[in-house]
Ligand binder design. Structure first.
Ligand code: ADP
Ligand code: MG
Length: 226
């Protein structure tokens, strides 16, 4: 099976603040496959967010490699990393990170415009994705005028509308009730399987994790395949 899109090997990451050093990743390795949802679980502080940031080039490991389609991301310049992220990645966070002064439509259009799409094309694509996530009636609403579940659906539309190859989601259902969390998860799965996307989802919800195709556990800075 060669649908491995990303392979991380021997990731080591220690945070240093003054004389205090916190070893977080101590040789973590994993593979991520297209068309699959991979859950990452582990107790609070075990390094789940750190791992996701490294996979998404938002943080650099002290050593180790992150190979994406044959290219070592840890060797890219900051400018190359930004271009790589814009072209290939979608991020979804626990707290939506939507821009508060912009409408749902504008929020979803934004990364498409930054990515160079014409305004008319960006609008068409954003409308398509907002419809897919069931927000066609909320296009003009700002995040403050939407419910938690609606905001998270807008964030998913924003993350997926540029057709990223890899989606990194850090507790995307973490601040939702069980019913909303299940709905968001189902939507996520439908949209990503349509595009054969690779998804890595950090969650502390074991029930949701068990609905993913693979579950990885971080313990003592290492990643184990359950
Ligand atoms: P998780 O997402 O599993 O809760 P994190 O990756 O956020 O864990 O954090 C792992 C450990 O690293 C924690 O002990 C946390 O306090 C520490 N940590 C995270 N980010 C930083 C940082 N920027 N500077 C110093 N320590 C950090
Ligand atoms: Mg975290």
């Amino acid at each position: 099976m060669d649908n491995v899109i990303l392979k991380a090997e021997n990731l080591i990451r220690t945070y240093k603040e003054g004389k205090v050093s916190t070893p977080v990743l101590r040789g973590a390795s994993l593979e991520v496959r297209s068309g699959m949802m991979t859950a990452v679980i582990g107790r609070s502080g075990s390094g789940k967010s750190t791992l996701l940031h490294i996979l998404g080039t938002l943080d650099t490991p002290d050593s180790g490699t992150v190979i994406f389609e044959g290219q070592d991301l840890t060797k890219l310049s900051e400018k190359q990393k930004a271009a790589f992220r814009a072209r290939n990645l979608g991020f979804v966070y626990q707290f939506h990170h939507l821009l508060p002064d912009f409408s749902a439509l504008e929020n979803v259009m934004m990364p498409l415009l930054i990515g160079g799409l014409k305004a008319s094309e960006a609008k068409e694509r954003a409308l398509e994705y907002l419809k897919l996530v069931g927000l066609e009636a909320r296009l003009a609403n700002r995040p403050g005028e939407m419910s938690g579940g609606e905001r998270q659906r807008a964030a998913i539309a924003r993350a997926l509308c540029a057709h990223p190859k890899l989606v990194l989601a850090d507790e995307p259902t973490g601040n939702l009730d069980a019913a909303n969390a299940a709905q968001i998860f189902k939507l996520f799965r439908e949209l990503t399987s349509k595009e054969d996307t690779a998804v890595v989802m950090v969650t502390h919800d074991n029930a949701l994790a068990s609905e993913c195709d693979r579950v990885l556990t971080i313990t003592d800075g290492m990643v184990a395949d359950v």
